[in-house]
Design a protein. Structure first.
Length: 400
């Protein structure tokens, strides 16, 4: 059976009567087939409608391969006549965004010959992907301005039916290689294109189109946009964020970009300064440890610096170890109170820090690895770091 699609003719129909033809369980849901429906199924980048069949909730609507519309509900329903209701808030959001997409895509074609290759209608925002070698801010602003001109002119939006040849003769922009009677959407004097989705009846019902951002995705340009009440909400949210940024920076809203740029430069300068100071601190601490806490080598054994760093992170410990073993004939056994451990040695020594680390960590339930000269790991219990370093010291002090 082919389901009669009421939404093809009237996207503003909120309630309708139908016959429940069949009901079948599908996991924790039921598959309901009606003889006619105003519920739009997921298709063409537009999500499905929701609502009620009788008093049962419609969770999802899909278009089957044999042209049946399958309604998935949260409960079973009885076969026979039933009254159905569309979730109008969700439907109106979809028709605003979908018609806005038609207008925006047509504007990019009219102004810059940039075709839309895909469309996605999301819960918060929607996107179109444009095929173009370059897309600049001026293109976005011009397309947004032109789209809103068409919206404010409140032009009629009509539904057309015909064969592919008839629609092509009527000026439908995109050709469809399909048999039978097809459906197209016409925005008076601006655009005609094939589409099976739901749309407004006049462009003014879209309200407003607001472009949010643009990024390069798989060779195309993805433009994010919102329409209608969603555009107003997005603009209000953006304005509130901008106002808060201006308050924190103690500047007018118009100066926020310049102030943020200056703050980023200062942060980068501060980062570089901290890096220089950290390098110098590690250099000084390495020399101090070598002078005051390093165990002198005996009978041909290299000297050893063994230390648990109380308030250092793993990054600083790696830097300190590198500074220590930059000196000749020395080894470093370092750990943090958080449980990170590093064993390192000066280049050219015969020992194997990787093997030593793995052996000492295994007894403490830790893991790690590295090279002969530099290995790092961790133990699950930070209280075991002292025993790990002691074990390594004992092995290094054994007679050769």
């Amino acid at each position: 059976m082919v389901t009669e699609r009421l939404y093809y003719h009237d996207a503003f129909q909120r309630e309708f009567d139908a016959q429940v033809i069949s009901v079948n369980p599908d996991g924790d849901r039921w598959r309901v087939l009606l003889d006619r429906t105003a519920f739009y199924p997921t298709s063409g980048g537009q999500p499905h409608d929701t609502g009620k069949i009788g008093e049962v909730n419609v969770l999802e609507v899909l278009d089957s391969d044999d042209h049946e519309i399958i309604h998935f509900t949260d409960q079973t329903v009885a076969t026979g006549p039933v009254r159905c209701r569309i979730d109008w808030g969700r439907r109106f959001y979809h028709i605003q965004q979908h018609t806005g997409q038609h207008l925006l895509s047509a504007a990019f074609i009219e102004l810059f010959q940039m075709p839309t290759v895909s469309f996605h209608l999301g819960r918060e925002t929607s996107t179109i992907d444009l095929a173009a070698p370059i897309l600049e801010q001026r293109h976005l602003e011009a397309a947004e301005r032109r789209t809103n001109e068409i919206i404010f002119e409140d032009r009629p939006v009509r539904i057309l039916f015909g064969t592919a040849e008839e629609l092509a003769a009527a000026g439908v922009r995109k050709q469809v290689d399909r048999e039978g009677i097809l459906r197209a959407i016409e925005v008076e004097g601006f655009d005609r294109q094939p589409c099976g989705g739901t749309h407004v009846s006049r462009t003014g019902q879209v309200g407003l189109v607001l472009l949010r951002k643009c990024e390069k995705v798989k060779g195309n340009w993805r433009v994010e946009f919102v329409c209608g009440a969603r555009a107003g909400l997005a603009a209000r949210t953006d304005f509130a964020v901008l106002g808060e940024a201006a308050r924190l920076l103690s500047c007018p809203a118009s100066e926020v970009p310049a102030m943020v740029g200056r703050a980023l430069e200062e942060r980068q300068e501060g980062y570089r300064a901290r890096q220089r100071l950290t390098e110098e601190l590690a250099e000084v601490q390495a020399l101090m440890l070598l002078a005051t806490e390093g165990r002198a080598g005996k009978a041909g054994h290299p000297g050893v610096v063994s230390r648990v760093l109380s308030d250092s992170d793993a990054g600083y410990m790696r830097l300190l170890a590198t500074k220590i073993v930059a000196q000749p004939f020395v080894r470093a056994l370092l750990a943090t109170r958080a449980g990170q451990i590093i064993f390192a040695q000066s280049p050219g020594l015969e020992g194997d820090m990787n093997a030593l680390l793995r052996d000492c960590l295994s007894a403490a339930g830790g893991k790690g690895g590295g090279t002969r000269d530099f290995a790092q790991g961790s133990v699950p219990d930070p209280n075991r770091v002292d025993s790990v370093l002691d074990s390594a010291l004992r092995q290094l002090e054994r007679p050769a």
